[in-house]
Ligand binder design. Structure first.
Ligand code: OOG
Ligand code: NI
Length: 298
């Protein structure tokens, strides 16, 4: 029952994401043409990610309730000092569901000016909005992700926030829009089953990759390799019907290598539990920059 509900929640999340991130359809089409997959159902989604603001009634402690309800289990904590972020990842209730990565801005570490801007939007939220959702109603949960929680920001506030924290600016406009989903490249046929080989394919079909820290981000143990597209530029409508181009969402690619004790297994024996799990701070730190102006060149 809960499984059926979770499927519906994911569907509700993905429909708007697919419209905002045309790279997803472009990659899928090219993969089918190339014979890498026969249909989109062959893609294994490694993880999805969300961003939130660390203020009363919002933040990780609010947002995570949705996925804890569906049986996700909270795992490791990550801290990003320079970006002023906290994050956790959540293991899925069943291995075919994606992991979830949730980060939040440590708002109280920003300048007073930026804190004031953020609070001018969020102070009207006097109780946790997740507590008002019937979590057993997948339609209500699906609607929640895309429902405005505060008033539309002004362009001035957006720009002012972006000067201090591009993450803050992203969330003040994009809220709980799905930030990215992630293709597991190690599941693909041999010619495409590493990040290096898959990146070459992506660039060949015209996808721009995030170059922060290099196109391939590699964990210290060498077992988690990631890359990501540069965020899609969206035409955003701000307060007073003013329009400006800003960063939307992006796509990520992950290669998880077998743990040393399972290296001897062959491909059809290798299950998810045999591969490197979790995330890597240094990789994540650079992946966040997929939505930064330095990458999107807006
Ligand atoms: C998340 C960046 C981190 C990963 O896989 O390490 C990440 C974000 O951009 O919000 O996705
Ligand atoms: Ni990610």
């Amino acid at each position: 029952m809960l499984q059926n509900q979770l499927d519906q929640v994911f569907k509700a999340l993905f429909d708007p994401y697919l419209k905002r991130v045309p790279d997803v359809a472009k990659i899928n089409r090219a993969m089918i043409e190339e014979g890498i997959i026969t249909s989109e159902d062959d893609i294994v989604n490694d993880h999805i990610a969300f961003r939130t603001l660390g203020v009363p009634n919002l933040g990780i402690s609010s947002f995570e309730k949705i996925f804890l309800h569906y049986g996700y289990v909270k795992q490791d904590y990550y801290s990003f000092e320079e970006k002023k972020l906290n994050a956790y990842w959540y293991a899925p209730p069943m291995p075919h569901y994606p992991r979830i990565f949730i980060s939040e801005l440590r708002v109280n570490e920003l300048s007073n000016a930026s804190q004031d801007i953020i609070h001018s939007y969020t102070d009207a939220i006097v109780k946790d909005p997740v507590d008002d959702i019937d979590l057993n109603d997948p339609k209500a949960v699906g609607d929640f992700f895309y429902k405005p929680l505060w008033k539309l920001p002004t362009i001035e506030d957006y720009k002012q926030l972006a000067r201090e924290s591009e993450y803050a600016a992203w969330v003040i406009y994009n809220r709980y829009y799905l930030n990215h989903y992630t293709l597991s490249v190690h599941e693909f046929p041999e010619q495409y089953n590493t990040i290096a080989k898959f990146n070459a394919f992506l660039e060949h079909i015209g996808i721009s990759l995030n170059t922060a820290g290099g196109k391939i981000k590699i964990s210290k143990d060498g077992l988690l390799k990631q890359s990501s597209s540069v965020a899609e530029v969206i035409e955003a409508t701000f307060a007073n019907d003013q329009k400006m181009k800003i960063s939307g969402s992006y796509v990520e690619f992950a290669e998880r290598l077998p743990l040393p004790e399972y290296e001897h297994l062959n491909k059809n024996q290798l299950k998810r539990e045999h591969r490197r799990d979790g995330f890597e701070s240094a990789n994540a730190d650079k992946i966040f920059e997929s939505t930064y102006n330095e990458q999107t060149k807006i």
